[in-house]
Ligand binder design. Sequence first.
Ligand code: ADP
Length: 432
Amino acid sequence: MVSKEEVLKALSVIIDPDLKKDIVTLGFIKELVISGPDVSFEMELTTPACPLKGMFKEEAEKVVKAVPGVGKVHVVMTSRQANAAKRTSGLKQVKSIIAIASCKGGVGKSTVSATTACELAQRGFKVGLLDCDLFGPSVPTLFNIHNQQIKQKDKMLIPIEVANGLKVMSFGFLLGDAPAIMRGPMVSGYIQQLLHSVEWGELDYLFIDMPPGTGDIQLTISQSIELDGAVIITTRASLSLVDVAKGILMFEKVNIPMLGVVENMAYFICDSCDKKHYIFGDQKSALSDRFGLDTLAHIPLDPARSKPFDNYETNEVNKDFVDNLVREIGRMSAAQEKAPEVELTDSKVIFKMENGDVKEVDNLHLRDSCRCALCVDEYTGVKTLKRENISADIKGLEATQLGNYATSIKWNDGHSSSIYPFKKIDEWAKGE
Ligand code: ADP
């Protein structure tokens, strides 16, 4: 009879391209049962909509079938639910909750939230969209749902189902056409009701369309529910890196993993040519250079994106963006990369990496490599900090980890807005 070891050995040739480890080491294989020549097991992926799901299943069946003596192979695909067990009330059966935030209004946060939710619902996943923008709720307009009476059951609000079973709830449904004039305590009461008193049922993903900005309401939302991650939407036109940094730091403060940044209205394709015109400059890597965060998508300025979502149609940009987002959620949920330990000395900063490597960067060089908005021109990306203006006795006073992608260092010249992405440490250590 075939042994479990033989099956696991066969499966261990499959490498997860995002996590760069084999699927057995990653703990994906569960409930392995061998019954005579037949083999069955579960493959637990990091997130339900993993774009590699089909490939993993096919490969697993193929390699196990190739083991001598194996008859039928039965693979059930499931997914991890990191925070789900901690959730209560209407969120009890929600696998992943993702916040979609922006630092300013009007950058397309609601449009991107609706696009993401519609795209995943169209792929057959169970998705919810909660519009928490109390002062400018968009879901009623985006989905053409007006004057809707919200039903209640056992004091819980029942979300409205739109195309592809997507469930939506908005403060706008509670408010009707009346303007939202609210005092602080009312705001927090409504927010709590929206967060905890909606009966979502079973969901793979719930997207929270956050109010714009990085103030108290946003912090309340972030702290009231176990968010699995956050995405920041920005535009090149309003792209203030200081604001983006504020958003990143807000989520960091409450330990919410940052999944990446979406640059909306990034380029324009005119009628007469297929070229992408980057109207506000083509600095595609500015965000990843400065914050070490992936840009999940560059979404074009396209009048078709202003159309209501009651008849959502997919396209290549949306497919790619949602694939990138889902892969990032998977990576976060696997949390494979550990942040290095950071030691600050009088002459250098020492990074002790997860794999045992030690990288040393000269203080002056690291301070000079700062790419924050005070050291680099926000729009042109040109460095404004001059090396000769950095004091020879520059040294780090305090290092703070930012999730699993960067370290922030407070320097003795008073500079505290540096964000040093881990992926750049190698270059700095080599003096580049
Ligand atoms: P926010 O939620 O950040 O306030 P919205 O999603 O409401 O922003 O978008 C603001 C306006 O910009 C809306 O009229 C929307 O239709 C439009 N819009 C958003 N993204 C795009 C885009 N990529 N191309 C064209 N118009 C867009």
